[in-house]
Design a protein around this ligand. Structure first.
Ligand SMILES: [Zn+2]
Length: 371
């Protein structure tokens, strides 16, 4: 189903205004640090850029996880590390780096993902440390566990304070059905969320994805076809936490024993030595997402004007074909309708945003986990 007709979707506005960026463009930044190869390297990602929607995807992905297009003919390229640019307070790259910040402090930055797949889709990144991807957590399990918890807890706090604290959001997504009304504790509400990290990521700065249901029908359909939360690419929070705790207790890490460690090796060893099964955690998350969607999605068929079959659009009620309407345009407008990203909108009805408040004075001050 696509083409939301619902006019009453709640949008949660940010309560505080955000500062302007402390630095200008990424090009000026590169020029200033041109004699620092380490800094220049930190600012790049290795990716496949989707030919249709231009989203940078992980280089080994088969299909774009924003629009579903095939990536098999796309070659590997380098893109700007946007997440690292955010925490360095850089103002723009190929487009302005306006962030819809929901929580920030000296340690981390949490914001609405502009490519939301659900009603609340938050992303949380470390702000004073350079951690290219989640493998580095396994290199320093104690610090890694703390970092993981910091990012997850900050996203949860941002979600609670911004969204669950909003009356219209409560009413629309959590109310209506009697049984949801008593769901008021954090732990119960967390059942409505899928959280974790991707490896390899599309942006090489560690980030927790915090996705609160319901998913948009298009993204739920993509999820059912295996297009989201990819097996052995998406690492559920519960799996990461259990693994890092076990390594910490055992005083063991992957840094010295396996200099070229990859996630497949980590998955195998966690199962072999600690009985922590990636498959179990991943399947539990998948069933939880299905459950969340079935019991909880407020969108009924009547809330959509169109039905999508393959890449054809049909009228949901009368059933006739709409050759002039593209599936992509419907998805784009549905995402805009559901998301609170950039709310309140500015005077020309465009998403608003700002910059990170506490960027490091010098990128070399970031604690580098690759060293
Ligand atoms: Zn795409």
């Amino acid at each position: 189903m696509a083409g939301l007709t619902h006019d009453m979707l709640p949008h949660v506005r940010r309560k505080t205004s955000l500062p302007n960026p402390k630095r200008d463009s990424i090009e000026q930044f590169r020029d200033y640090f041109r004699k620092e190869p380490k800094v220049l390297e930190m600012l790049l990602n290795k990716v496949k850029v989707c030919a249709d929607c231009k989203k940078p995807c992980a280089y080994h992905q088969e299909r774009c996880n924003s629009c579903g297009s095939s990536l098999s003919q796309v070659s590997i390229s380098h893109t700007d590390n946007i997440l690292l640019s955010f925490v360095l307070g850089i103002g723009k790259g190929k487009f302005p780096f306006k962030i819809s910040v929901r929580f920030q402090d000296e340690n981390c930055l949490c914001f609405d993902d502009p490519l939301s797949v659900s009603a609340v889709h938050l992303c949380c990144v470390p702000a004073q440390e350079y951690v290219p991807d989640l493998r580095y957590l396994f290199g320093r399990p104690r610090r890694g566990r703390r970092m993981l918890e910091l990012l997850y807890n900050s996203a949860a706090k941002a979600c609670l304070e911004n969204y669950w604290g909003d009356e219209s959001f409560q009413e629309f997504y959590l109310g209506g059905k009697v049984k949801w009304k008593k769901l008021l504790t954090e732990s119960e509400l967390f059942v409505l969320t899928a959280a974790g990290m991707n490896y390899p990521p599309s942006q090489y700065q560690l980030h927790v994805q915090f996705i609160h249901g319901p998913l948009l029908p298009f993204h739920y359909a993509l999820f059912l076809e295996g297009g989201h939360f990819h097996y052995k690419r998406f690492f559920p929070y519960s799996f990461l936490l259990a693994s890092l705790n076990a390594l910490e207790d055992d005083n063991r890490d992957f840094r010295n024993s396996h200099p070229d460690y990859d996630m497949d090796l980590i998955i195998d060893e966690m199962e072999k030595f600690y009985g922590i099964s990636y498959d179990k955690h991943w399947h539990a998350m998948i069933s939880q997402i299905k459950q969340m969607q079935e019991t909880h999605a407020p969108s009924a068929e009547k809330d959509f004007e169109y039905r999508v079959v393959g890449n054809q659009v049909f009228d949901a009620q009368a059933g006739f074909h709409h050759p002039g309407i593209t599936v992509k345009s419907l998805q784009t407008s549905d995402v805009k309708r559901i998301q609170s990203y950039g709310r309140p909108y500015d005077t020309d009805e465009k998403p608003s945003g700002g910059s990170y408040n506490f960027p490091a004075e010098n990128p070399k001050e970031l604690q580098d986990w690759t060293e």
